[in-house]
Ligand binder design. Sequence first.
Ligand SMILES: C[S@@+](CC[C@H](N)C(=O)[O-])C[C@H]1O[C@@H](n2cnc3c(N)ncnc32)[C@H](O)[C@@H]1O
Length: 256
Amino acid sequence: MRLPIVTQQHAPQLLRKRLLVRPAGRSMTSPWLNIPLAEYEGHMSLPGIGQARMLSDHFAEILAEYSPGSVAVIGCAGGNGLDRIRPETTTRIVTIDINPDYLRVLASRFTHRLPGLEPYVADVEVSLPAVEPVELVYAALLFEYVAPAPTFRNLAVLCRPRGSLVTVVQLPAGSLAPVSPSPYTSLNALAAVMRLIAPEVLVRHAAEAGFVLSSTRQVVLPSGKRFLAQVFSRSPDEHAPQATGVDGATLAVAGA
Ligand SMILES: C[S@@+](CC[C@H](N)C(=O)[O-])C[C@H]1O[C@@H](n2cnc3c(N)ncnc32)[C@H](O)[C@@H]1O
């Protein structure tokens, strides 16, 4: 079902409803727009890949450790791990992805169980919805596909002062291809755009946006693929770096 598109001027009224925000002003050429969710999720759940379970377990550990009242999941796809949220503890759940189809499925899966769900379509490099900042921002396997500097600037605005940002990035693993071979052929398009980002480069960009590294943890899967989770604390300074953009978006109301 197509969502009705409305304009930014309606935002104040619509912010009380469930929104999807579609970025404007940049050509939407991301290969993620052409990857069906079923193929992405099928790939991540393949026994030889096992990344969906690893990411969901890691998110659950972070939720248990921080018990955030509000969380934002960036590059959320179809909501892997959202079933681990306790709605009585985490009452606001902002989910952001560039692919509106992913958000539609996510909303249909979780709106009932998570009344505080706020799904937004946005390109995090370009602009984020102007929403109240959250206590914890979680971005797993996102920085392989986005420019770090503008993305961190935008995430800094989404994260409350003294809040936390958790990233998970893939590390080089010898001769293993960064995008694992898959029967789901639409994922082949990712190989051309995906690039591993060195953890120290991530730390440098994070620091420029006001985030300080507080802990790291490495995960190695049976396939030999390695991942690094990094937890950053947002500076207590109320004066966040300038966001790359929080306006210029077109809004679409989910479920209207
Ligand atoms: C490798 S997947 C990670 C998905 C998820 N974190 C998980 O646990 O499976 C990357 C996700 O980031 C989204 N994405 C890629 N570029 C983006 C951008 N510029 N802005 C917002 N989302 C983006 C993709 O659509 C996809 O859902």
